[in-house]
Every structure is written in structure tokens, then in C-alpha cells.
Design a binder for this molecule. Structure first.
Ligand SMILES: [Zn+2]
Length: 472
């Protein structure tokens, strides 16, 4: 005979299991990716990058705007699930006086929201949706997790790269006009996997904070449709993992979102207030002004130091070996200087490098860096690299095909293209060597020389590529 009590226990246990199951099925679980950095390092990186943002972007000191954003932000931050809370993190929410729809958050908590984002949102829920997504990247520590996967570079170099990426695209020309892409973008463009995580966690946070996650789906759809310059920027930093609109809506159905805040009086008021302010500039306008300032040397900016177009010393037959982060070693002619950049590393002879319109350029030498790729196919990834190069070098020729080579002991590709130098108007020859790294990113070496000097350089480029040894 069974004791009623034990039967009771079984029933309770069954009921508990049912509750547990329904909880487990209520929402998609999110697990923060592996991360070799400490939360304190996230904070340090974020603080440094935020200082750069303060210097380079028209950050708003407007009390009304910032306190409105902070009120939404705090409400969301308070609803970050306990497992993703880091006591070191300090979430701050600041407006940026730019018309383009965009927002970004830095490791450890500083978040910046473009004025255009608030102006173009239909509801407060839409603003909260973008913020919840950004907040989730921070809470899940995606910035440093991405580097755990990929970066060989020392922690100190990362802050600049992160800020470079933020300012990227338009003002990022300051950092890398020669190539217009680079490790900066590589760091901040999140993978589709991280995007989906930020969407899912963002939905949970929104629901817990009393917002409707469907507003996040709506705002992303609106941003995708936006043909203005701000839309694509946000989209390229936060690529749609596919079916974004559908899975966020599905997640919203699993969450309790009754009586959620969509619109609010504060939202109406802040929008009305923004309409009374002078129109915000676009990123493009800002970038033009900043470059104009640089060329004239005014406003405390650094005047151009154009590369010499005269005699460049021939590559020395003596060599010097450099160790780059803990990624690779490379040997170059001893009369080439190492030009550390946050985006990549360039080795060039004296007189062959400088800045033009605030962007760095070089006429002879090699640039070594990485380009993010999700193709997992060497030729496709190299084509993507050429595509990005062409954005800043519109007269770059197409590749006539690839040779198989070895780069750092890995299977690689080589191609030669030509370009017309903006600086001299002359023909440039560019040798491109690439290989895919284990994480799928593209490692590249660009050898650049004017057409008339190419015969003296192509062999040197080959020797430089042969010297490359990956050290991890
Ligand atoms: Zn994202």
C-alpha cells in the first residue's frame, strides 16, 4: 500500500517538474561566450575608448536629453539578469548630436545614442529596444569575448581600435584612409551569433523592464529600411543574423509583456524639445569639417605631412625582425620603419609615408593586418578585402586571378592589382598575399610600390611574406 504522503510527494515533484519545464521553455536561454579578459579589463577599455569618443564626437551635454536616456537606460540595466551583472560595470547613457540613426556601447558600460535615433523613433519602446540590444552586448561582454576568439593584440592597443571602429566608416578615415577597413571594424562588427544573443537577452531585459520586445523588432526593421547614412552604419556593426524580426517576435510571445510601455509623455516631450534645437549635423558633414580643419592645420589638429614624391631609399639588404603582438613575426629591410597603427602595422622607408587630409598613406612598403570575414573561403575573403580597399581606392583594378602560395606555413593566395595614387596621380602596383586564420579571419599583406619601382620591390614583398611566422 502506498502512503498518501508519498503520493503527495510524487505529485508535488511532478508539479515542480512541470513548473521547471515551463520556465525552461518560457524563454531562450543565453550563455555568455568564453572570455579571457576580466570584467575590470572591460571597464578599462571602455573608459579609454569613451575618452576618445568625448574628444572626437559631438557628445551632448544637454541635461534634458541625457536624463531622459539615463532613465530608460537605468530601467533596463536594473533588469539585467543576475548572472550577467558585473559589479565593476558602470552604465552611462549619453546623447550624441548627430543626425544619423546610430547607437553604440563600450565595454564596461558607457553607451552613446545619436540624437537621430531619438528623433526618428516612433515610440519610446523603439529607443529602449536599441538600448537593450546594446546593453546586452556589454553585459555579455561581447567586445572582449570577440577578442578572446580572435585578437592577438595586446590589451592596450584594443581601446584605440574600438574607438576607431566607432568613429569608423566616416571619421574612421582619420585612422585608416589608406585602407578604410581594418582591425578596428574587425573588432566592433559583431558576429551573427553575438547579434542573436544580444537580441534575445535584449528581449528578456525589455520584458522585465516593462517594455515590449516587439518594439525592438520594429526599430530594427525601420533601421534596415532607412536608406540614409546612419542606417547602414548600425546595420554593418550589427548585421542581421537572419530572420531577426521573426525570432524577436517569437521570443516576445514567450515573455510576459502585458501593459508594456510603448509610448510615453517623456518621449513626446524630448522629441518636441529636440525639434527646437538647431538641426544636428550628419556624420558625413562632421567628417568633412574635421578634414577641412586638418588640412588647414587649424583647430589644434595635426597638419598633413605628405610623403615625399622624390627619391625613396632602396630597400636595404640588411633586415630587422619585428614581433607583432603575440600573433606573428616578420622580417623587413632594416631601413623600413615600423608604423604602429591601431588598425594594422605598416613598414615603409623614410619619406614614403605620411598623412593626407588626416588619413595615413604610404607609397612604398607593406601593410599587414586582418580583415573580418565570415566566408571561410580564402578566395571569397580575399575578394571581400579587395572590395573594402576599393571603397577608399576607387581606381583599384580587379584581380586577374589568384596564385597559390604559402603564408606563415599556411595555405595562402597571391594576386597583383594596380591602382592610381591619389597623391601622385601615378600608377601603383599592389601585391596582395592572404591566408585564413583558424578563427576564419583573413590575414593579409599588402605590398605597395609605384609602377616604375615595382621591379625593385616585388621580390622584397615576396621575401617579407616568406619571413612571416605565426606565433600562436
Ligand atoms: Zn548588435
Amino acid at each position: 500500500m502506498k502512503k498518501p504522503e508519498s503520493r503527495m510527494k510524487t505529485m508535488v515533484a511532478a508539479a515542480l517538474t512541470a513548473v521547471w519545464l515551463s520556465t525552461a521553455m518560457a524563454q531562450t536561454p543565453v550563455v555568455a561566450p568564453k572570455n579571457k579578459y576580466s570584467p575590470a579589463e572591460d571597464v578599462k577599455l571602455g573608459v579609454e575608448a569613451a575618452q576618445q569618443v568625448d574628444k572626437e564626437m559631438p557628445v551632448m551635454r544637454d541635461e534634458q536629453v541625457n536624463s531622459y536616456l539615463s532613465a530608460i537606460g537605468r530601467r533596463l540595466a536594473e533588469n539585467i539578469p543576475p548572472e550577467f551583472r558585473h559589479p565593476e560595470f558602470r552604465y552611462t547613457f549619453t546623447g550624441v548630436n548627430v543626425r544619423d540613426i546610430n547607437a553604440f556601447a563600450l565595454p564596461g558600460g558607457p553607451m552613446f545614442i545619436n540624437r537621430g535615433m531619438i528623433e526618428k523613433a516612433h515610440t519610446e519602446g523603439e529607443v529602449a529596444g536599441v538600448m537593450a540590444h546594446e546593453l546586452s552586448h556589454v553585459a555579455l561582454r561581447h567586445g572582449t569575448a570577440q577578442q578572446t576568439k580572435a585578437t592577438p593584440y595586446a590589451i592596450g592597443q584594443i581601446a584605440g581600435a574600438i574607438a576607431g571602429a566607432i568613429i569608423g566608416g566616416t571619421r574612421g578615415q582619420i585612422l585608416s584612409q589608406a585602407t578604410q577597413f581594418g582591425i578596428g571594424t574587425y573588432f566592433m562588427k559583431f558576429s551573427r551569433e553575438y547579434e542573436q544573443q544580444a537580441d534575445i537577452l535584449g528581449s528578456h531585459i525589455m520584458a522585465d523592464a516593462g517594455y515590449d520586445p516587439r518594439d525592438m523588432a520594429n526599430v530594427f526593421k525601420a533601421i534596415e529600411k532607412e536608406s540614409g547614412p546612419g542606417g547602414p552604419q548600425w546595420m554593418s556593426d550589427h548585421p542581421n543574423p537572419g530572420n531577426r524580426f521573426e525570432y524577436i517576435n517569437r521570443e516576445a510571445q514567450l515573455l510576459k509583456v502585458n501593459g508594456a510601455t510603448r509610448d510615453s509623455r517623456d518621449f513626446q516631450q524630448v522629441q518636441a524639445y529636440l525639434r527646437t534645437l538647431p538641426k544636428a549635423p550628419s556624420m558625413e558633414e562632421l567628417s568633412k569639417n574635421s578634414n577641412a580643419g586638418r588640412t588647414s592645420g587649424g583647430g589644434g589638429s595635426v597638419p598633413d605631412t605628405r610623403p615625399s614624391t622624390g627619391n625613396i631609399p632602396r630597400p636595404d639588404s640588411r633586415t630587422q625582425t619585428y614581433s607583432e603582438g603575440n600573433l606573428f613575426r616578420v622580417t623587413v629591410p632594416s631601413n623600413w620603419r615600423e608604423l604602429g597603427s591601431t588598425n594594422s602595422v605598416t613598414f615603409a622607408p623614410e619619406g614614403a609615408y605620411g598623412t593626407v587630409n588626416g588619413g595615413s598613406v604610404f607609397t612604398h612598403g607593406v601593410e599587414i593586418g586582418m580583415n573580418r570575414s565570415e566566408s571561410h573561403d580564402l578566395q571569397t575573403a580575399t575578394d571581400e578585402l579587395l572590395q573594402s580597399l576599393r571603397q577608399s581606392n576607387p581606381r583599384l583594378s580587379a584581380s586577374r586571378g589568384y596564385d597559390r602560395v604559402t603564408v606563415g606555413g599556411r595555405q595562402g593566395a597571391h594576386t597583383s592589382v594596380s591602382n592610381v595614387s591619389d597623391l601622385t596621380g601615378g600608377q601603383e602596383a599592389i601585391d596582395i598575399y592572404t591566408t585564413l586564420l583558424p578563427d576564419g579571419s583573413l590575414f593579409y599583406v599588402l605590398g605597395v610600390a609605384p609602377r616604375e619601382d615595382y621591379s625593385a620591390y616585388s621580390g622584397v614583398f615576396r621575401t617579407v611574406v616568406r619571413s612571416i611566422q605565426f606565433t600562436r
